[in-house]
Write a protein that binds this ligand. Structure first.
Ligand SMILES: Nc1ncnc2c1ncn2[C@@H]1O[C@H](COP(=O)(O)OP(=O)(O)O)[C@@H](O)[C@H]1O
Ligand SMILES: CC(C)(COP(=O)(O)O)[C@@H](O)C(=O)NCCC(=O)O
Ligand SMILES: [K+]
Length: 259
């Protein structure tokens, strides 16, 4: 069997969830999100997860990236594991504390859609990450994600209730508390996305803007109701980034020429 048709698993440990991708060579065959582990990894857990990813090989190669140190430690006993760090990322000007999830997502998006590239990741935090045509990090921004904003109002005030996210855009001028919270959070997030997207397109008019993360579909649905620029939703860019790193490390992809 060659490297091209070997099965392996990519795992991105985010602040809310684990994001799993099952690959054959460079091809992503399936992906899945699960909750965080609550205890060190067991064979029972792998036997539940891996069949869902279409394999029953509990010792297949695992490429792991994490922005959550204590979740990463729960994997200490897994033999066939390779940790992805910023050193593996073929992008320039990354700063030492830069999130590996942001690096992999923008690498994957650039590989798939071309550089320059702006990624908006609507996860636990909502992040903007821009990379130019020379694969240099231009920079980005970090804001609390939709669920974190909702939770922080509930937790840090006496009177504000728990509120869910609506499927459609709420009324902007609310006359009711829950609707006021929904309006404030959703419209200011949309205004922020518009501001960063327009500023980015001023710098790089031909760039793609890729929206990803657990709230990506919801934000796209809100956005489409009054869109001014197009946002492409792609939940797989993180796996494209992991595959690129795997390809470089296995010698399948030349870091200099293809990435
Ligand atoms: N089944 C789900 N479980 C948890 N969060 C979900 C789910 N479906 C959508 N979400 C949304 O995903 C967001 C988290 O995004 P995600 O990309 O999973 O985060 P992270 O990469 O930080 O772990 C939450 O704000 C939540 O609204
Ligand atoms: C900004 C983040 C918390 C986003 O994490 P996520 O919401 O995807 O779980 C993560 O990328 C991180 O911890 N970054 C380090 C700081 C930085 O990127 O500058
Ligand atoms: K993320």
């Amino acid at each position: 069997m060659t490297e091209q048709d070997t099965d392996w698993i990519g795992l991105m440990i985010g602040n809310s969830r684990l994001h799993w991708g099952y690959f054959c060579g460079q091809t992503l065959l399936a992906c899945l999100d699960t909750p965080h582990l609550r205890e060190p990894l067991s064979n029972e857990f792998l036997q539940q997860i891996f069949p869902k990813l279409l394999t029953n090989k509990c010792n297949c190669a695992l490429m792991v990236a994490s922005v959550v140190p204590n979740q990463r430690e729960l994997w200490a006993n897994y033999g066939n594991l390779r940790r992805i760090t910023l050193k593996d990322i073929p992008l320039l000007d990354l700063y030492p504390t830069f999130g590996i999830d942001r690096a992999l997502a923008v690498l994957g998006a650039g590989e798939k859609y071309g550089f320059p590239c702006l990624v908006i990741d609507a996860g636990t935090a909502l992040t903007f990450t821009g990379v130019d045509g020379d694969k240099k990090l231009v920079g980005g921004a970090i804001v609390p994600g939709l669920k974190v904003q909702l939770a922080s109002l509930r937790e840090r005030t006496a009177a504000l209730p728990e509120v869910s996210l609506p499927e459609r855009l709420p009324q902007m001028w609310a006359k009711e508390t829950a609707e006021g919270i929904r309006s404030g959070i959703i419209y200011t997030i949309l205004a922020g996305i518009e501001k960063f997207s327009l500023e980015w397109l001023n710098l790089y008019p031909e760039s793609g803007i890729i929206l990803t993360g657990g709230d990506g579909d919801l934000i796209r649905d809100y956005w489409q109701e009054n869109a001014i620029t197009s946002l492409l939703v792609d939940k797989t860019i993180i796996f494209q980034g992991i595959a690129a790193v795997k390809g470089i490390s296995s010698g399948l992809i030349d870091k200099g020429e293809h990435i």
